[in-house]
Design a binder for this molecule. Structure first.
Ligand code: F6P
Length: 506
């Protein structure tokens, strides 16, 4: 017999206590009423941020001080969206003339971009997620001014993606953008060589190929050596972390597909969020509040993961972008002082709602762990179809209902039907889907990441943990190339891996 009782109606006693309510920055609205954090707890959190030296860190980061101590570098991705061109000195030299020069070159390239049917953007990680996300998101904007080129993103070395792209692209009217901060990344270089070979195989001349190649990198000499003409190399600088690089020429596909003005609007939205982050008291500062809320949930509710659910198909790739930002930045156990840290990045996951509701929301509601959620919605409908308003209403209703259900829970006699409730979430609202608000959204999370680094005492801007696997792959790849399955454990290959190699090549 179904013995569940109706949800108790919300009263001040069973709603989480409202503390900060609703806040705005760069046009985005954040509602944290379901975080369940009391006014007195917020007070403590803000004073903790002050004691951690967050204000000083923000000033240091935006003025080009070395905040990435292990790599002895500034983290100046904000300079790439500093459209006001406020001087920023690195080693005594203003970086803005060089940044502005790249903007001018991108604009010029957009203006002479004719007759191109396909662009193959080759890059991985931070050289892929950002531009892929924004190009895909803007494609959902009704009436966007798009060149309508086939924009292919090639990241993995699994040749299925390569094969699919080469099947569709027309070699004579294709441009290839090789994006790699280091210009040494295995996947990117293998793919770049494969695409050049495809052009050769399709009778493109040497000069045609040279004309087609564009590089975006900090390693100019390696790009030249690869065969990219100097005038087709778009530089960025080692003070831009790979996962923060979409604002540089790494974002070229955004400008080429939707025009330089749209790319500029993207930078403007991010710049507005940077100004908010630098100038707003912590008590109304969105990145700071979001970071503090997460730290509170880690300490108070012992959370180990959190979810981000954009109720917009256009933002389906947002969780992937955020996974690199958060987990590559803070998936660490050692702090800036070399000691073990108490807290670091939770596991980040997510996908677009409503789809996610039909996948893992069961666990969010009734699973054994509490998982905070960032819900993201866009206020305006996503298309011009006659059904758009009705569909959008249903979409929003589902998002709001999930947040309410997670917060209030539901009592029942049957334990199987109990929803424990008190599961925290925030709601972030974009007025509409456009380049400006997308810029603000990404910068919001970047600045939140920088804040978390300060609160956790972790260097946000290095990623030493990605190196070991890359080094070990080299002897293993050589062993996979051997003729007979008689590989023995040796330097860099243990006995289990040796057996696996033998199995795979036999
Ligand atoms: O995965 C490690 C990493 O270094 C990321 O930080 C970076 O975004 C990605 O590889 C790609 O690096 P690159 O732009 O140098 O090819």
């Amino acid at each position: 017999m179904n013995s569940s009782r109706p949800t108790p109606s919300p009263t001040p006693a069973n709603i989480h206590k409202e503390a900060l309510g609703t806040l705005d920055a760069a046009g985005l609205t954040l509602d944290i009423n379901y975080q369940g954090i009391s006014a007195s707890a917020w007070k403590l959190l803000f004073s903790r941020a002050k004691k951690a030296g967050l204000s000083e860190f923000i000033t240091d980061m935006f003025t080009g001080k070395v905040v990435n101590a292990s790599e002895r570098r500034p983290a100046l991705h904000s300079a790439l969206r500093n459209l006001l061109k406020k001087p920023i000195l690195v080693g005594g030299e203003d970086v803005m003339p060089a940044v502005s020069d790249v903007w001018r070159r991108i604009e010029r390239l957009c203006n002479k971009w004719v007759g191109i049917t396909d662009v193959i953007h080759i890059g991985i990680g931070g050289s892929d997620f950002g531009p892929r996300l924004i190009v895909e998101a803007l494609a959902h904007v009704p009436d966007i001014n798009s060149r309508g080129m086939r924009m292919h993103f090639l990241a993995n070395i699994d040749t299925s993606e390569l094969a699919r792209i080469l099947n569709r692209a027309q070699p004579n009217s294709t441009r290839i953008i090789i994006v790699s901060k280091t210009f040494t990344t295995l996947e990117t270089m293998m793919n770049a060589r494969a695409v050049v070979d495809w052009m050769k195989a399709n009778n493109c001349t040497k000069s045609q190929i040279a004309h087609s190649l564009i590089a975006v990198t900090t390693n100019i000499s390696a790009a030249k050596e690869f065969g990219v003409k100097m005038e087709n190399i778009y530089p960025f600088w080692n003070w831009v972390g790979g996962r923060f690089s979409v604002w540089s020429a790494v974002g070229l596909p955004i400008a080429l597909q939707y025009g330089f003005e749209t790319f500029k609007r993207f930078l403007e939205g991010a710049q507005a969020m940077d100004i908010h982050f630098q100038t707003t008291p912590f008590e109304e500062n969105l990145p700071v509040i979001m970071a503090l809320a997460l730290v509170y949930q880690q300490e108070k509710r012992k959370i180990k993961s959190y979810a981000v659910i954009p109720y917009a198909d256009a933002l389906n790739l947002f969780p992937t972008w955020l996974q690199q930002l958060d987990m590559e930045s803070h998936g660490k156990s050692v702090g800036r002082d070399g000691n073990r840290v108490q807290l670091s990045s939770p596991v980040v996951f997510g996908s677009a709602g409503c789809n996610a509701q039909h996948s893992f929301f069961q666990l969010l509601h009734q699973g054994g762990d509490i998982i905070p959620i960032d819900f993201i919605v866009v206020r305006e409908p996503m298309s011009n179809l006659p059904e758009a308003s009705a569909h959008h209403r249903a979409l929003l209703a589902n998002c709001l209902a999930q947040a309410q259900a997670l917060s209030h829970g539901k009592e029942a006699d049957n334990p199987n039907e109990v929803y424990p409730g008190k599961r925290p979430s925030s709601l972030l609202v974009l007025p509409k889907l456009n380049a400006y608000f997308l810029g603000a959204l990404l910068a919001l999370y970047e600045n939140r990441a920088a804040t978390l680094g300060v609160l956790w005492n972790i260097n946000t801007f290095d990623q030493p943990g990605v190196e070991l696997g890359k080094v070990l792959a080299k002897p293993i790849e050589a062993a996979l190339n051997s003729k007979s399955p008689s590989i023995k454990a040796t330097e860099g290959i243990d006995s289990i891996t040796a057996e696996r190699i033998n199995y795979l090549i036999s």
